[in-house]
Design a protein around this ligand. Structure first.
Ligand code: CAA
Length: 380
């Protein structure tokens, strides 16, 4: 694995960093407070190619490898973790489905608008009774002529009401277990399909999370992605790339918290010396940075494995597990170093702490990552 970056990679990452620091960071606290994403910034990100990061140039995308993608996601997450998850779901979940499982007709009809961010996409696997146990999904898809009729409710859908295109997982027959599962591309405006409850969350408040409701929703047979019986395999293989995006998101949040804590510890004077002159504080910073660096290399390694065209099942789960747990540790310590000031909204570490929390939960909890890791290591 090569650690150094090419000048092309450096240039793309610098573009992401500059945009994140100049445009995303100044409005992140306001977006968090109001619960609204800045749509102007999303448009601009589309114009700069960040809604097509993982798609090769010959297919109309920005043509980044996953290593570059991970670096960019770190930059965006440092500035605004809500914007970052919108990009992560669109790129590493939805565009990867388009690339690896959609047919030419789907691509012709939907890809161009997805690549510019004109149409944002959402990935909808979770249901009220099927979270970690994804094979329990029960959204019913019944074939009726040239349509499937969808009935059921999906929940915790990132990009919920922001999206125009939804990759929705269901089953044609629950008794068949994973062999009955299916994946559809559903367009906003499909009769019988509506947006349900808009969740009020602890963090990532500017990233919309909603229910999706299907009441005899008519989805054309042509919008089936892959074949009947392949739904869960599509979802779980796509989540491998997604977990690299979330690992990078966790690292970005952690890095922002670490930098804020380091700078605060140099400025804040107590007992007639800066906080960082106390070993108790300096050692915290040492542990924070060490874990962030370790998380980065696990994540770049997972990205590199994916770039080699290999399945990063094990590496992506290790990266997601370690990076998300690191984000908990680092944001906790960052609040601690800030003392009472870390607990009030004027200081961003309070937001970082809340934003980090979900990274050990979505795209597979830490417990699920340990299942994936242990299952894989015991195979050999
Ligand atoms: N790639 C391809 N196929 C895979 C796979 C992978 N990585 N992992 C499993 N499969 C296949 C299996 O081969 C199996 O296929 P067959 O039935 O044909 O044999 C099928 O999928 C089911 O797999 P398992 O038998 O291993 O299923 P399991 O129930 O024992 O456990 C699990 C699977 C690892 C626990 C899985 O359910 C899982 O990862 N759960 C977590 C779900 C998750 O991450 N949800 C996140 C929701 S999306 C989200 O959060 C997005 C967001 O908002 C940001």
């Amino acid at each position: 694995m090569e650690f150094s970056l090419t000048s092309d990679q450096e240039m793309i990452i610098k573009t992401a960093r500059d945009f994140a620091q100049k445009k995303l960071k100044p409005v992140a606290a306001h977006c968090d407070e109001t619960g609204n994403i800045n749509k102007g910034n999303l448009k601009e990100l589309g114009r700069l190619g960040f809604f097509s990061m993982v798609v090769p140039e010959e297919e109309g995308g920005a043509g980044m490898d996953y290593v570059t993608y991970a670096h960019c996601m770190i930059e965006f997450s440092k500035a605004c973790a809500s914007t970052a998850v919108i990009l992560s779901v669109h790129n590493s979940l939805c565009l990867d489905i388009m690339r690896h499982f959609a047919n030419d007709t789907h691509k012709k009809k939907y890809l161009d608008d997805m690549l510019t961010g004109k149409k944002i996409a959402a990935f909808s696997l979770t249901e009220p009774n099927a979270g970690s146990d994804a094979t329990e999904i029960s959204l019913n898809a019944k074939l009726d002529g040239d349509h499937y009729i969808l009935n059921g409710t999906k929940c915790f859908v990132t990009n919920g009401d922001l999206a125009d295109i939804y990759f929705v997982f269901g089953t044609v027959n629950k008794e068949l277990g994973s062999k009955g599962t299916v994946c559809f591309l559903v367009e906003k405006g499909t009769p019988g399909f509506s947006i349900g409850k808009h969740e009020k969350k602890m963090g990532l408040k500017a990233s919309p999370t909603t229910e999706l409701i299907f009441e005899n929703a008519k989805v054309p047979v042509a919008n089936l992605i892959g074949e009947e019986g392949r739904g869960i395999k599509i979802a779980l293989s796509i989540l491998e790339g997604g977990r690299i995006g979330i690992a990078a998101q966790a690292i970005g949040i952690a890095e922002a918290a670490y930098e804020a804590a380091k700078s605060y510890s140099k400025e804040r004077v107590q007992f007639k010396k800066p906080l960082c002159a106390n070993q108790a504080i300096a050692f915290k910073l040492a542990d924070m940075l060490t874990r962030i660096e370790a998380a980065k290399y696990l994540t770049y390694r997972a990205a590199w494995v994916k770039d080699q065209g290999k399945k990063p099942t094990l590496e992506a789960s290790m990266a997601k597990l370690f990076a998300s747990e690191t984000a908990q540790f680092v944001t906790y310590e960052a609040v601690q170093i800030h003392g009472g000031y870390g607990y009030i909204v004027e200081y961003p570490v309070e937001r970082y702490f809340r934003d980090a929390r979900v990274t050990t939960i979505y795209e597979g909890t830490s417990e699920i990552q340990r299942i994936v890791i242990s299952n894989n290591l015991l195979k050999n």
